[in-house]
Design a binder for this molecule. Structure first.
Ligand code: BGP
Length: 480
């Protein structure tokens, strides 16, 4: 029943550049299912959800998920119907390499991704491929996963296989998705696989070897593949934005700095800054805290001078995932923090203004201006030469069929992105909505998948929002 039921409010005098990249994102574990088919090896997420069903509220797992392994052709048609020309997806490392190493490349796994990529290209959709969206082959956990330096060579070995197999048709790669969330929640805490729960130590070791793995994979591509494949390789980092709870209080301003430096610049600075290496503030803070806590050495490992050089500049673009903003103020201790921990190192209290809209996802309030501030933060700190691709952005809802909250979110965030391009001269070349379809939402399972940032295609909220933003001067759009 067609009912004129909502009015978009907003004025945009700006439009997107002609060649702006619009796309949708997914991750292998969240959508593929077929967890043990075609010779696929087990990933840490398989292990986590099978061994600890109680970790997800609905005791669910990714065994079937959105069944994209079997339904990828339909999925490609859905993307086509949505009208976007780019699709960001990830390869499951253990689907391609069941025991994690190139000694054993799965024929079925290799064929699956080849077929999928070719299907996308046939539909005129460009795949952008992530090598690691959190599903490490389980056998590596016997070695400590990202906490053991040997993992660097295994990751490069995997990257080589992927570049070899698909580099003829894949021209944009991201090595790693959100190292911060993966390390913080999976190695510092146990909210995510592999649930190491080594607060204040595990997440820094994980960060360290992830950054190194990324840089080595980047250079592998530069040296052995780029000359003939001519593609690009980058990394995707995640950031909540912070604003001082009281902008007149300098301590609150410092709290924002502390949060962003420890949770974001820890990753961004070694790769994207001119100096390279961890930010001085982070190095000093963690060294001092470690000393005070009786550690024999800093909980934040050191890169050698040679490693600093390899890491610096090792990304052709800045992949950025962003969802929400927090009000920040200093706090020496919150009841939920362990000592040591990354949170305790940052010493920041985070809260959201109760007046901000909260459409669904419990940690997500709508504060679009924070997005513009973040885009500026990245541009100011890491330069306007490096192109930014927003690789994820989106919002959850309460499962209602009418998708107004999400349309409104996309509109408001896209509008801020336009302002960042046109008024702040930020070099943003692409935007990917999270996500193409309902999926297995990590530690939220499906129970709360309606609260996750999934996009339901019937509602095509992103497509609507994109059209609204594409046509400049549109301020009144009636939605059916
Ligand atoms: C990011 C992850 C995605 C996805 C997204 C949305 O951190 O890279 O894989 O989980 O968050 O999360 P949610 O659906 O809980 O809003």
């Amino acid at each position: 029943e067609a009912v004129v039921s909502d009015i978009y409010y907003g004025v945009s005098n700006y439009s997107f550049p002609e060649d702006f990249i619009f796309g949708v994102s997914t991750a292998a574990f969240q959508i593929e299912g077929a967890w043990n088919e075609g010779g696929k090896g087990e990933s840490i997420w398989d292990t986590y959800v099978h061994e600890h069903p109680e970790y997800t509220p609905d005791k669910s797992n990714g065994d079937i998920a959105a069944d994209s392994y079997h339904k990828f052709k339909e999925d490609v048609q859905l993307i086509k119907a949505l009208g976007v020309k780019y699709y960001r997806l990830s390869i499951s490392w253990p689907r391609l390499l069941p025991n994690g190493t190139s000694n054993n490349i799965s024929t079925d796994g290799a064929r699956y991704y080849r077929n999928l990529f070719e299907e996308l290209l046939k539909a005129n959709i460009t795949p952008i491929v992530t090598l690691f969206h959190w599903d490490m082959p389980t056998p590596f956990m016997d070695l400590g996963g990202w906490n053991n330096p040997v993992i660097v060579d295994y990751f490069v070995d995997y990257a080589r296989v992927a570049f070899n197999l698909y580099g003829d048709i894949i021209k944009t790669w991201t090595t790693i998705n959100e190292p911060h969330q993966h390390c913080y929640q999976g190695y510092g805490a146990d909210y995510f696989a592999p649930a190491i729960k080594s607060h204040g130590v595990g997440e820094y070791l994980c960060a360290h070897y992830l950054i190194l793995s990324h840089a080595k994979a980047y250079h592998l591509y530069e040296k052995e593949f780029k000359p003939h494949q001519k593609g690009k390789v980058g990394i995707t980092l995640d950031a909540f934005m912070g604003i001082p709870k009281d902008p007149r209080n300098f301590q609150d301003v410092l709290a924002v700095r502390s949060y962003l430096q420890i949770h974001f610049d820890l990753y961004a600075h070694p790769i994207f800054s001119a100096e390279g290496d961890y930010p001085t503030f982070v190095r000093q803070r963690i060294n001092n805290m470690s000393l005070a806590q009786g550690f024999a050495r800093s909980r934040l490992p050191y890169f050698t001078a040679e490693e600093v050089k390899i890491i610096r500049g090792s990304s052709d673009f800045f992949g950025l995932n962003h969802y929400t903003t927090y009000l920040m103020s200093p706090s020496e201790m919150e009841f939920s923090w362990s000592i040591p921990s990354m949170d305790h190192d940052a010493q920041v209290r985070m809260e959201q203004d109760p007046h901000w809209e909260k459409p669904g996802t419990d940690w997500l309030s709508v504060y679009p201006e924070g997005f513009r501030k973040l885009l500026n933060y990245v541009s100011d700190n890491y330069g306007r030469e490096i192109p930014i691709i927003v690789t994820e952005n989106g919002v959850g809802d309460k499962g209602q069929l009418k998708d107004y909250d999400r349309i409104s979110y996309f509109n408001k965030y896209l509008y801020q992105l336009l302002l960042a391009i046109h008024e702040d001269n930020c070099n943003i070349i692409g935007y990917f909505a999270w996500t193409l379809m309902d999926d297995f939402e990590w530690s939220d399972g499906y129970f709360r998948s309606c609260l996750s940032t999934s996009v339901s295609l019937e509602q095509t909220s992103f497509a609507i929002a994109r059209e609204i933003q594409k046509n400049s001067n549109s301020y009144l759009v009636l939605l059916h």
